[in-house]
Design a protein. Structure first.
Length: 530
């Protein structure tokens, strides 16, 4: 399965790295050719990040060698790696909001701002023309879209002379139109002799963009294969070591009365800026309502307002005939409303990092206990069941949460919230950072809750999943609802235009969106809503 290359720009041979008793990389080989876009795939904890952090000079390997253009390299810092032409674009951008693009790009080069704005801007324009990157060097980062910020990150490593570009989950928060623009940039980089290592959980993107795929499993290299010879199903089997059903079930919701009604919901931040503007929608039991939108479009404020965590919310929120607005989460529980909330900020809001899994399960359970005593044995049993059901990789249920991987942390909070048997489940990016096998486990759990009659508000960033899993999709753009569509009938182009706020619905489409907004059946879709 291993591909033979004639003139590689990068060779990583026999790379090994352990953290205590855990072998993150176990004799891994990785080869990258000049002018190639090469995917690196694997489950959470397979060793991808460790391997790339070694290449980027963040970690030093316990064993193995790295050759760039045939030269043996030993990196002890990221600067040394960059000097040899390796640039990494992280999933979470490292930019200063109140500085311009050119200032962000020049910081860290060692020359400060001494080169002068004109010289830097001239070089950036030359790079923009060469690679087709749309960039305004004088624009403040705080005024940029997510796609523009990513272009700044790419330009940052190109400006510093990178010939090997590592892209970590680069499409996670982009619209379909921005993704296509990014792919065009990467293809032009490939055609000009630069090489790209592309890390993603989106297999269709990997097969569309990359020529080769290297798969890691449990710290070891499974192999490298041409994308022309493989399917998404085969890739998943290589990653997990067994067959996985990639289909997402979507049972039709039954006609039921509205349980959640939101009208004219507006939220302002601490500075008085309007984050949500008169958002109106409703939900029914046994329905999954997806929410799509670019990062910062009001998703966080929407979730927190419904869950009782937004004191600056105005409008009307009603669940099962009871008003929620103005009530704290504890008051909502005392009202007899069973609601679970999986926040975007797992450790900041959802879990306590220095407590173990059992204690984090008890954080929610203790509110239902009567009397002064806590039942730790009961919480241990629940924690054990959650670990088994979601296949959480942990030495025991007494493991401190902060020592778990990001994916396993997400599983802990999801399992805890579902264990409460809620009537309303709010999930913010429930599968962010999870490998495809773990993601499908989550989708199945959500469908089980749907079958029980739970109303599920699903905030997601993968439009393919939103269209396969959800019944309706509500799109937010700059805090406003730009449309609600039937997930079975829409496409990524329509969703992308609404996410960017550039779509203009016809009168018929506006009427249909209004009906879906109110949870009413579309006349053309009666069989779906019945």
């Amino acid at each position: 399965m291993q591909q033979t290359v004639s003139n590689p720009i990068l060779e990583m041979i026999g790379i090994a790295k352990s953290f205590g008793k855990v072998k993150a990389n176990d004799n891994v080989d990785f080869t990258l050719q000049k002018g190639e876009i090469h995917a690196l795939l694997g489950e959470n904890g397979s060793g991808k990040s460790t391997l790339m952090n070694i290449l980027a000079g963040i970690y030093s390997p316990d064993a193995g060698e790295i050759y760039i253009n045939g030269e043996l390299c030993r990196f002890t810092s990221p600067r040394q790696s960059l000097e040899k032409g390796v640039g990494m674009v992280h999933q979470h951008f490292k930019l200063i909001d109140h500085m311009t693009a050119w200032e962000n790009i020049i910081i860290g080069t060692g020359s400060g701002l001494s080169l002068g704005k004109n010289a830097v801007v001239k070089k950036l324009k030359e790079l923009s023309e060469a690679y087709g990157i749309v960039l305004d060097p004088l624009k403040l980062v705080k005024d940029m879209s997510v796609g523009e910020k990513q272009n700044v990150e790419i330009m940052k490593v190109l400006y510093r002379g990178a010939t090997i570009l590592v892209m970590d989950e680069p499409t996670a928060v982009l619209t379909p139109q921005e993704i296509e623009g990014l792919f065009n940039v990467l293809r032009r980089m490939r055609d000009r002799g630069r090489s790209v290592i592309f890390i993603s959980h989106k297999l269709n993107e990997v097969l569309d963009l990359c020529s080769q795929v290297t798969v890691l499993r449990a710290g070891k290299m499974v192999g490298t294969i041409s994308t022309e010879k493989i399917t998404p199903q085969t890739l998943v089997e290589l990653m997990v070591g067994h067959q996985v059903d990639l289909s997402i079930e979507r049972p039709n919701p039954l006609p039921r009365p509205v349980c959640l009604n939101v009208e004219d919901l507006s939220v302002r931040d601490e500075h008085g800026s309007l984050m949500l503007n008169r958002v109106t929608f409703d939900m029914r039991p046994g329905e999954i309502l997806g929410v799509a939108g670019l990062a910062g479009s009001g998703q966080k404020e929407l979730c927190e307002a419904i869950a009782g965590l937004q004191p600056k919310a105005t409008g009307h929120i009603e669940f099962d005939g009871k008003s929620l607005l103005g009530h704290t989460p504890r008051e909502i529980i005392r009202m007899g409303i069973s609601m679970s909330f999986i926040p975007e900020d797992r450790l900041g809001m959802g879990l306590v990092a220095n407590m173990d899994i059992v204690d984090n399960v008890m954080l929610k359970d203790y509110a239902f206990y009567k009397g002064p005593w806590l039942h730790r044995k009961e919480a241990e049993d629940k924690a054990t069941a959650i670990v088994d059901q979601l296949e959480i990789r942990t030495p025991s249920v007494n493991q401190v949460v902060s020592r778990l991987s990001g994916g396993n942390i997400q599983k802990v909070i999801l399992g805890r919230e579902i264990n409460l048997n809620p009537k309303l489940l709010i999930t913010a990016y429930a599968v962010r950072g999870l490998d495809i096998n773990s993601s499908h486990t989550i989708y199945n759990l959500l469908n089980q809750q749907k079958a029980k009659g739970v109303a599920i508000l699903y905030i997601g960033e993968d439009l393919d999943v939103l269209m396969e899993l959800c019944d309706r999709i509500m799109v937010l753009c700059q805090g406003e609802v730009t449309g609600i569509v039937n997930a079975r009938e829409t496409d990524k182009e329509e969703l992308g235009l609404m996410m960017a706020g550039t779509v203009e619905l016809s009168p018929a489409e506006k009427s249909r969106s209004a009906a879906l907004l109110e949870g009413q059946a579309d006349p053309a879709d009666k069989e779906v809503r019945s």
